[in-house]
Design a protein around this ligand. Structure first.
Ligand code: NAP
Length: 312
């Protein structure tokens, strides 16, 4: 059976769009499937300062708009859909969508990224959308002159805490250790911001509310055991990410945290399936590394398809 596409890319963040750009320029018939908004986590990022070429930084949505237009200019086809299953029959692959549609191809590039991890505390689900949020860019403006807690000590927590100071009267960063893992330049801005107070060595035990809105959190100092309550109106959770790999064949090799293992050419453990971007096990997860992964994955997929054709 003839495959409908040369390459199907699952996920339309920077990795997927770059793979789409390269594959389309190689004149491979390429389809990108995105389940939500094209752009993934980047569209919820207010400003990106470490993507080269933009001296003053660039807004996440603007960067994605440009990547999307550039890839489409060379013929990338983009559809909205949720990949439910990837079926591997050797030289041909099938992506089954949630709505029952099946699309065949010769190679797949998985660039479905990751989504915010949950904190798994009492009240988190109950007050989600009622004060509990995972997206400062989406929800920050609802907290004008209110008090907010940000949980986590990575780049996301600190960048978003800084963003939230535009709206909130006070922002508490609650971190389970006494040292942040975020890049130093962002830490310096956090320490210099009078609206931000850091609560070190602490975890939250419970989120409580009244009338369908968050009102307070219970905080415990993990060193001293001291417990206290903080009156706050919002909790923004940035405790890492969880890769979107549920649809992959069960024999896809993952690391202990569930991220896809690849070689240097982005090849996964399954022939003809490549992975790129934040879904991959790697040291540095940023837009600049995602685009490199996407370019490499597309080039490697092209080589793989040439090999199939040579085999006849
Ligand atoms: P991250 O770097 O994994 O940081 C997660 C933070 O949450 C850590 O400080 C961690 O504490 C804390 N944490 C994890 N589980 C927790 C729990 N159960 N309770 C309390 N705290 C918990 O995640 P991220 O900040 O979302 O970033 C993800 C990736 O994207 C990183 O590679 C990051 O560099 C990248 N990123 C880059 C940029 C940028 O370049 N501008 C922006 C955002 C994200 P510990 O430190 O104790 O482990």
């Amino acid at each position: 059976m003839k495959s409908e596409y040369d390459i199907i890319i699952i996920g339309g963040g920077p990795a997927g769009l770059t793979a789409g750009l390269y594959a389309s320029r190689a004149r491979l018939k390429t389809l990108l499937i995105e389940k939500g908004l094209v752009g993934g986590q980047v569209v919820t990022t207010e400003r990106i300062e470490n993507y080269p070429g933009f001296e003053e930084g660039i807004a996440g949505p603007e960067l994605i708009k440009r990547m999307d237009a550039q890839a489409r200019r060379f013929g990338l086809e983009i559809i909205s859909g949720n990949a439910a299953k990837v079926e591997d029959s050797g030289d041909s692959k099938v992506v089954a969508l949630e709505d029952g549609k099946k699309i065949s191809c010769k190679a797949i590039i998985v660039a479905a990224g990751a989504e915010p991890a949950k904190l798994e505390v009492e009240g988190e689900d109950k007050y989600r959308g009622r004060g509990v949020s995972y997206c400062a860019t989406c929800d920050g403006a609802f907290f004008k002159n209110l008090k907010i807690a940000v949980i986590g000590g990575g780049d996301s927590a600190l960048e978003e805490a800084l963003f939230l100071t535009r709206f909130a009267s006070e922002v508490y960063i609650i971190h389970r250790r006494n040292e942040f893992r975020a890049v130093k330049v962002i830490q310096e801005r956090v320490f210099a911001n009078p609206k931000i107070k850091v609560i070190w060595d602490s975890v939250i035990e419970k989120i409580e509310g009244e009338d369908f809105a968050v009102k307070k959190i219970a905080v415990e100092n993990v060193r001293t055991g001291e417990k206290k309550e903080l009156d706050i109106d919002g909790v923004f959770i940035y405790v890492g990410t969880r890769p979107n790999t549920d649809f992959l064949p069960v024999n896809t090799k993952l690391n202990d945290k569930g991220y896809i293992l690849t070689d240097d050419n982005m090849a996964t453990s399954i022939k003809g399936i490549f992975a790129a971007g934040d879904i991959r096990a790697k040291l540095l997860k940023q837009v600049s590394t995602a685009v490199g992964d996407g370019a490499t994955a597309a080039f490697a997929a092209e080589r793989y398809i040439e090999g199939l054709e040579a085999k006849g």
